[in-house]
Design a protein around this ligand. Structure first.
Ligand SMILES: [Zn+2]
Ligand SMILES: [Zn+2]
Length: 257
């Protein structure tokens, strides 16, 4: 059995002390690949250097909506250069975040639109981050023809209508630790109704650790608990969940040098 953690932040200071051990534990829990996701230029560079250190680590590069205020024309060309690295499999995470609202909305729109176009230029899928901005994210993806590039709506927290609409456009939705939280009935409903063929799994480590590790630092090995919960909801074995979600991730991200 193999699982792919499609979204983690291994460059963050939470992993500075013990990343070797963290990744050894994840290997022991059948995690065959981890995609470490950039949030700004410096973390995107760190993500790439981690892919050079660890065979099974791959990277996405991009500017998170929190950092969109710093996105300029030169950011586009810097990202383009970084994305030419053979282990960069996606542009992300990109999108809109009106919950923490750390960048003015106009700057978030600009960075999001620019990076959709960068992904199209490079032929790489996009990793979408969205908090309290679903209709705006949807509108921009439509206007910029972002769905045609292919991608994933990470840490999906929308309702079944949004999930079905994304899937109809050819997108995947990614399920994280929130699915194990007692109050996440709506998300469990989405997982129950949506075919596994449209689902990816992720930890978003070091954030959002699943039950029974909730409140602790999250790490890729905890993906196992998320896969178990998805299997329970779908009334399938964890092996089936692993097989299909791994196939989905391989199909979207390619993982080719
Ligand atoms: Zn995110
Ligand atoms: Zn993230």
């Amino acid at each position: 059995m193999t699982l792919i953690d499609t979204h983690a932040h291994l460059d963050m200071p939470q992993f500075e002390e013990d990343l070797d051990e963290v990744l050894a534990r994840s290997r022991a829990k059948s995690i065959s690949k981890v995609i470490t996701i950039g949030t700004d230029i410096s973390s995107s560079k760190k993500a790439i250097s981690l892919t050079e250190k660890y065979d099974f680590v791959w990277a996405a590069v991009g500017i998170h909506p929190h950092d969109a205020k710093d996105f300029t024309k030169s950011t586009y060309s810097i990202l383009k250069g970084l994305a030419s690295h053979p282990k960069v499999v996606a542009i992300g995470e990109i999108g809109l975040d009106f919950y923490r609202d750390l960048s003015p909305h106009e700057r978030q729109f600009y960075a999001f639109r620019s990076q959709i176009n960068l992904a199209r230029e490079l032929g790489k899928p996009i990793v979408i981050h969205c908090r309290e901005a679903a209709s705006e994210v949807w509108e921009i993806l439509k206007e910029e023809d972002g769905f045609s590039i292919g991608g994933v709506w990470h840490c999906f927290s929308g309702d079944l209508n949004l999930a079905n609409a994304c899937i109809k456009e050819g997108f995947l939705i990614s399920i994280g630790g929130v699915v194990t939280f007692p109050k996440a009935e709506r998300l469990r409903e989405v997982v129950k109704e949506v075919s596994l063929d449209h689902i990816l799994l992720e930890t978003d480590a070091p954030f959002l650790a699943p039950v029974p590790m909730r409140g602790k630092r999250n790490e890729p090995s905890f993906l196992y608990f998320i896969a178990e919960e998805v299997a329970r909801i779908k009334q399938k074995t964890i092996d089936e969940v692993a097989k299909i979600t791994t196939k989905n991730a391989e199909h979207l991200f390619k993982f080719r040098y």
